[in-house]
Design a protein around this ligand. Structure first.
Ligand code: FES
Ligand SMILES: [Fe+2]
Length: 419
């Protein structure tokens, strides 16, 4: 397991500068989404703790711009190491106006860098995934080594110094095969989140998995409504009969924090990334998240069919479910004020063969049907929030995590704190 400890993360920028001996320009020191103005959040609509947000939070473009700033500054999931096993393999990860290249270098190390050419700023990699011995900008063909150093630029003046034009490095951390990146210069510490999440990924062998299926759900709603919905199971009874059959969490009182669980959502920003890792019982006679209750794929890691599923989240935009035989990964991707993509990945043991060891339709059944239902209910929620009749409403006893999310979000927004 390759994990970048916080000390390594702190020294990350120095290490990443070494190959090109370049100083990182200050352009990412204060990431700025279009429309963002520092200090402009002093005039936020009022917020009453214990309730949902006022309409403006879901509609105003300048608040969305500020939201993107908060999201760029923290950690989000870019992908899984199994997507880039060989030298020269790369994936890209977008978040709002930002794009990253995550590439395995000639030295076997995995790096993240801004997908922005140092000539005139073109995107360099235009596919979600690929393989290349060098990174070539499609505009004027500047080429970069896989570690980001500029390799060749045609017809440049004599005083041009290639060493000053490496791709900008981005912070990257790998936990149990999961690749997290940040578009901020000084992302929150993973010191607390890393060991908690690693316990889950290690027990479930996530480092040695592969992506068996991937689906994207485009939700016509503000990203905060998507996350508010993800964080509560008050809606599971009415909206998810399939999930409710399988998971105790859907029942009143079904959300229990055990001694092994960690829920790190301090009300105030404290320099640490928010995260949660929870054990959640499944209904009796259910061994995994399947239509029949029967296993769907080979057991992962040292997991057992013990009736437990694990839920985890890291940051605002990445969530995980670990069943004994498969995993589900959610990437929440805000696109515009009123559009959010949910990308869902299903992972199984790296050695499992499609149709021999797992059936993709059976594997994806529960979380496909659940995601489709979520899309519907979130879009209806957004329609109501757009109405003149919308007023912030009170949270129930079954929405504590939604309340934590909303209250933490408002504090970060008001304080203009970017860690
Ligand atoms: S913008 Fe990339 S080579 Fe010109
Ligand atoms: Fe749901």
């Amino acid at each position: 397991m390759r994990i970048a400890p916080p000390s390594a993360l702190r020294s990350f920028k120095n290490r990443q500068r070494a190959p090109g001996r370049h100083r990182r320009p200050s352009s990412l020191a204060q990431p700025a989404a279009p429309g963002y103005k520092r200090g402009s959040m002093q005039t936020l609509p009022p917020y009453q703790p214990g309730t949902t947000l006022a309409q403006d939070y879901y509609l105003r473009p300048e608040i969305f711009a500020h939201d993107m700033n908060l999201l760029h500054a923290r950690w989000s999931l870019a992908g899984h190491v199994s997507e880039i096993p060989a030298q020269g393999d790369y994936i890209t990860a977008e978040l709002g106006a930002e794009s990253a290249i995550i590439v395995r270098g000639a030295d076997g190390h995995l790096r993240a860098m801004a997908n922005v050419c140092r000539h005139r700023g073109s995107r360099i990699c235009t596919q979600h995934a690929g393989h290349a011995p060098v990174l070539t900008c499609p505009y004027h063909a500047w080429t970069y080594h896989l570690d980001g150093r500029l390799r060749h630029a045609r017809e440049m003046p004599d005083n041009f110094d290639p060493a000053q034009h490496s791709l900008l490095p981005l912070p990257v951390a790998i936990i149990g095969g999961l690749i997290f990146i940040s578009f901020g210069d000084n992302p929150p510490s993973l010191e607390k989140a890393q060991p908690a999440l690693a316990r889950m990924t290690s027990r479930h062998g996530w480092e040695n998995t592969k992506i068996a299926a991937r689906k994207t759900y485009s939700v016509q709603a503000n990203w905060k409504l998507v996350l508010e919905n993800y964080h509560e199971c008050y809606h599971c009874g009415p909206a998810h009969p399939e999930f409710t059959q399988i998971h105790v969490l859907a029942r009143p009182g079904g959300r229990r924090i055990s001694a092994e669980d960690v829920e790190a959502w301090s009300p105030q920003p404290d320099g640490h990334e928010v995260f949660r890792v929870m054990h959640s019982p499944m209904a009796e006679t259910t061994s995994t998240g399947s239509r029949t209750g029967e296993p769907l794929a080979p057991l992962l890691g040292s997991a057992q069919y013990d009736g437990i599923c694990m839920f985890a989240e890291l940051g605002f935009l990445s969530a995980f479910l670990a069943y004994p035989d498969y995993g589900v990964i959610y990437r929440f991707l805000p696109k515009t004020v009123l559009e959010t993509e949910m990308e869902v990945l299903w992972i199984v043991d790296a050695g499992a063969q499609e149709h021999r060891d797992y059936d993709p339709a059976a594997l994806t059944w529960l979380w496909d049907i659940t995601s489709q239902a979520d899309k519907k209910i979130i879009e209806r929620n957004q329609q109501g929030v757009l109405s003149r009749a919308y007023r912030p409403g009170p949270f129930s006893n079954m929405e504590p995590a939604t309340r934590m999310f909303v209250e933490r979000y408002v504090l970060e927004l008001k304080q203009d704190v970017l860690f």
